[in-house]
Design a protein around this ligand. Sequence first.
Ligand SMILES: [Zn+2]
Length: 486
Amino acid sequence: MSAIRYKTPLIIVFLLGCALPAEAADPQVDSFYKAAEELRAKYADDLEQLAKWCQSHGLTDQAGQTRRALGPNDPYKLYIPVLPEKVGPPKLPNDAPADVAQWNEKFNKLRREHAAELFDLARRAVRRCPSLAYMFALSAIHADPDNEPARRLFGYQKYHNRWCTFYQIRQLRSDKVWHERFGWLPKSHVRRYEQEQRYTDGRWISADEDAREHRNIRSGWDVRTEHYTIRTNHSIETAVQLGEKLERLYRIWSQIFIRYYASEAYVIGLFDGRGRTRRTELPRLSVVFFRDREDYNRTLQAAMPNIGKSIGFYLERTRTAYFFAGEDYADRTLYHEATHQLFHQSRRVAPGVGGRSNFWIVEGIAMYMESLRQQDGYYVLGGFDDVRMHAAQVRLLRDDFYVPLEEFTTYGMKRIQSDPRIATLYSQAAGLANFLVYYDGGRYRDALVAYLSAVYTGRDTPGTLAELTGAGYRELDKQYRQFMEF
Ligand SMILES: [Zn+2]
């Protein structure tokens, strides 16, 4: 699972992106899809009218803001809005002109109503098509970040005028605060931490002394975030930053792949907001972050003889992901290995996942998740502007390199990892993973999640993907080429 540095050429939501399942002919699913399109068209219309009203009143900024509310619309990317913490839309200044106040009221009403309609549709769609329901819910929370059922679905509740997770509320109730440098701290410790004092083993010492005490990874700091414990001998601050990125990945991954680790009944219950006081707790995840490459190599050499070639890896045996600070550190590696970890640890999996066949998807999906980045108020996944997709396009369209799925699905881990064409095979895997997420409005997205479940639980055969998508491999090969010719 290690992230080896390959010589990949570095040439480089649609929010209503309705995920049609394989059996798109299902009239009920089709009706959800159409209903969503109609809702979006009506919302676009209403926003446009309001924008025009703004223009006729000389409110240029407000017109722009109104138009932008529809959100980006690239069907080959998944956009997850960055949500505000504070409850309620931003308040206008007291001396705001009357027409601005009027616009604000209309604008918020439009957003609230659209979100409510979308969430209602999500609730109705979830039994037939969970990925479609998820997209509707995502669009609902984008339109109105204060839509309560959508907030609850995504694990938030109101606490002192903020949207908080259960974990955050527990921390706050025990008199802790989140500090952007030091993470969760007892409120009473903040001032001394900011004065470069540290509390360890029941006593206060200087930050320098603290750093000396934690210099060895075996006695490193353990920084805890909501779902992760990060052991490091680099610094508390870096572990906190790492923790924020990991939590972001966790949140997004656990929404997209919810049917990988949770039952249908559980997911339906979530959408219905029924009887839950806490989210399904996945086990706490363990990450080790070394202060430099040398320390990483030295400590892990015994567990992994090729350690010098890696820039991070997830080790199944210790259920831990390992990384190090320095110029070789990359968020992509972090997200890639942490994705392997999430698939391994969120449910019971078979030993030697992908050992016999279908190994490509294990790497393909990790390469998809490593595209996670923040852009213009959204977390974004995938897209033809991502380096992995670019490489996949070059291999297929320029080099005419392609291993047909009928053959590719028979490759197990050793077959791919010992192949001299490994970098090219990885590029193809990245391209195919994106294809399964986005092709034709996401028609294979639920099949992809089912495929991952089959592979990770060892119930897969080389024919599994064809069965789940309801398409023959030759057809999928053809569709993949069309998709990549974008
Ligand atoms: Zn990997």
